[in-house]
Design a protein around this ligand. Structure first.
Ligand code: AFP
Length: 324
């Protein structure tokens, strides 16, 4: 009999409050999966005329997903504050003494909904250190995370979770509504011949990234001595899940397209939770030279370069950035 999410959390020795939060976020994922499955019938593919704090066009479904996740966190009673990609300032709940803060991207990759692509929800759980109401409370390094999770809305709805004891994959059993453990203690191979990057930005990359990708593209005739494959889903959850499933590296490097921006992806609710899930599976995650999880956040919505996946490739990339 496969283990259900609540049984895993109990067996992992998670405190009851953390288990309750994970179960509530799982319920949010189920509600979001049901919402986006309506597609154009419920306007899921329509853009709004508003933009989020990133200056990116919001979709109605972004806001609805934010509200569904927020409602579950209120219900859990264990969340003091929520930082969301979809709203400028953190939302402080009427639970100042609650043990957790949550940073989230309620619907990552949502621009892919217009083409019925795979999207996800990303959650990062931090301790509430008592500074309730102070937005700086969220500015904790990724190493402080108590849990990280993503929901992946694909042919199957998956929940991928770490509570610091490895990375686990759960699959939603549609008939029972339970998330059932289908892959335990994921391990990412240290070597790979597959990389993921948006190659249209090539002319903007730093020399270290130019060198790494060029060597991959030279294949068996080049210094790597083997051919490489490339993927790019433009949906971080899908790209990261491929790496957890079959290895590889995901690269969203610093580029000079918009020099004021360090990269595209956000530290607190994309880079940090994904880096915890990947490192708990034996992979690496850096911003170029430093481990992502060691970075001290300076702003709630700050962006960072993210290079994550196969450990030996990430260390090669770190070395190239040091040499540059
Ligand atoms: P959207 O949420 O706007 O679709 O962006 C998705 C994302 O944040 C991340 O999931 C992708 O890896 C990355 O952006 C894709 O960026 P490019 O569109 O520049 O390739």
């Amino acid at each position: 009999m496969s283990m259900k999410l609540n049984e895993y959390l109990s067996q992992a020795g998670s405190p009851q409050a953390l288990a309750s939060l994970c179960l509530c976020l799982a319920e949010a994922g189920k509600a979001i999966a049901t919402l986006i499955a309506q597609g154009a019938l419920k306007g899921v593919t329509e853009k709004m005329h508003s933009t989020n704090v990133q200056g990116e066009t919001q979709m109605q479904v972004d806001i609805l997903s934010h509200e569904l996740a927020l409602a579950q966190m209120v219900l859990s009673g264990v969340v003091a504050g929520v930082l969301s990609e979809e709203v400028d300032l953190p939302v402080w709940l009427d639970a100042a003494d609650a043990p957790f803060l949550v940073s989230m991207d309620p619907l990552d990759g949502s621009s892919n909904l217009a083409i019925n692509g795979v999207v996800g929800s990303i959650f990062s759980v931090l301790p509430n250190l008592g500074a309730s109401g102070d937005d700086a409370a969220f500015l904790q390094p990724g190493s402080a995370q108590l849990a990280a999770m993503y929901l992946m809305y694909g042919p199957a709805t998956l929940l991928v979770l770490t509570v610091g004891k490895g990375t686990q994959v759960f699959t939603l059993a549609s008939e029972s509504g339970d998330f059932v453990l289908t892959q335990s203690d994921v391990q990412i191979a240290a070597d790979t011949s597959e990389f993921a990057i948006n190659a249209s930005n090539q002319r903007y990359w730093q020399p270290a990234m130019q060198r790494y990708v060029d060597e991959c593209l030279q294949g068996v005739d080049g210094p790597r001595g083997r051919d490489f494959n490339m993927r790019w889903c433009a949906s971080m959850v899908m790209d990261v899940h491929r790496i957890l499933s079959r290895g590889g590296v995901f690269l969203y490097p610093r580029d000079c397209k918009q020099p004021v921006r360090a990269g595209r992806l956000r530290l607190l609710y994309e880079a940090n939770p994904m880096s915890l899930l990947v490192t708990q599976a034996g992979g690496g995650s850096i911003n170029g030279e430093q481990d992502v999880l060691s970075l001290q956040p300076e702003q709630c919505h700050q962006r960072v370069p993210v290079l994550l996946g196969a450990k030996n490739e990430i260390e090669r990339l770190r070395e190239y950035h040091r040499q540059a």
